[in-house]
Design a protein around this ligand. Sequence first.
Ligand code: NDX
Length: 256
Amino acid sequence: SMQCLPGLVLALSSLLGALALLQLSLYLRVPSRYGKHEERLCRARGRLPARCAWFLQELPSFLVPALLLALRSPPRLEPLGCRLLCCLFCWHYFYRTFIYPFFTRGRPFPLQLLFFGMLFCIYNGFLQGYYLIYCAEYPNDWCTDIRFTSGLLLFLLGMGINIHSDLLLRQLRKPGEVTYKIPQGGLFTYISGANYFGEIVEWFGFAIATWSLPAFAFAFFTLCCIGPRAYHHHRYYLKTFTDYPKSRKALIPFVF
Ligand code: NDX
């Protein structure tokens, strides 16, 4: 049966960090080509309805750790921290897989990116799940440790902001519409990338709560993946809407 291989965790986490840097170098100047940044040039590529695409893409991030958790024999009952943290991860991806796609009004998603997105979700789902279920060691009172409690708080706060902002974006369109409008309300009052800000806070919270290399690597990946995207969204809005609120920042309220 499976056991913890610390070398594997180190290798997979380092590769995730390297992928994050690759993303940063690829997407700092030009945005990844989906949603509002997909240009007419790319129209010939195959695409899948947003609903199917997001469901398929995010499913492995829920399924892989959930299966690892369910199938481990003997089941890992101690300490509570490991199971709780694994459940937090699955909880986010339950939302992203089974709830978010069914309400999205997004444009069809490019197949090629869907393929890489799925690979990424398998990879990361395995790394986070495997680490928490086979490797992580926490003292029995981890649930009252300041790292766990403050990290959990940040995770919940970030998730709340992310879900609320996803909802505000969705409400900008009637069903079947694919036009872009100026997002209003919630944290969109201060930043263009409110949903991304929430997601970044969420995964840094998760990293602090788990206090682990794989989770910090994933938080860093998230920052490098959607941080630049928030900046490109911001530029797109400034270019498209002459009445775009002047005081609004890209990703960090009042700062950047
Ligand atoms: N999926 C994470 N890299 C990604 C998909 C793309 O969950 O090859 C990473 C994720 C993947 C990426 C994933 C991994 C890296 C990939 C990349 C593609 C290339 C890249 C594979 C897996 C790659 C290397 C080289 C390393 C291999 O029509 P529309 O779709 O634009 O409509 C939008 C709508 N909307 C508006 N409607 C009206 N008016 C407006 N002004 C509007 N603005 C937006 O709202 C959408 O329906 C919806 C949201 O749009 P948007 O653009 O704000 O968010 P989106 O980027 O689609 O993300 C949706 C949610 C969001 O909450 C975000 O936080 C979360 O997913 N997310 C997204 C990406 C990654 C991620 C989280 C993470 O890293 N944790």
